[in-house]
Design a protein around this ligand. Structure first.
Ligand SMILES: [Zn+2]
Length: 98
């Protein structure tokens, strides 16, 4: 788990359900495949996974974002300057070329 502050707005909560929802959907589809087969063969039903993902993304997009906490995009520690960028090696003087 990351130690980032977790947002609890409705939009982020719905988005956080994506993993469990996809796992449950895949499990149900495999169960249908095992119990019934035929039309419920996983080869026929896998698009349901895409539909579930799309519905969750839609619900997340339309859900209110009141109290949303923007995720940290950098790992910088406040007060500590970032390390300087790597520089090219110093030019070789004519005396060292010989
Ligand atoms: Zn949020």
């Amino acid at each position: 788990m990351s130690n980032a502050v977790r947002c609890h707005c409705q939009s982020c909560t719905i988005r956080g359900l994506m993993g469990p929802a996809v796992l449950i959907t895949v499990g149900v589809l495999f169960l249908l495949h095992q119990l019934h087969g035929g039309y419920f063969d996983f080869g026929n039903t896998w698009p349901v996974i895409l539909i579930v993902i799309g519905l969750l993304l839609l619900a997340s997009a339309f859900a209110p974002r009141d109290g949303h906490i923007e995720a940290e995009t950098s790992t910088a520690v406040p007060g500590v300057p970032p390390p300087p960028p790597a520089s090219a090696p110093p030019p070789v003087s004519p005396a060292e070329r010989q």
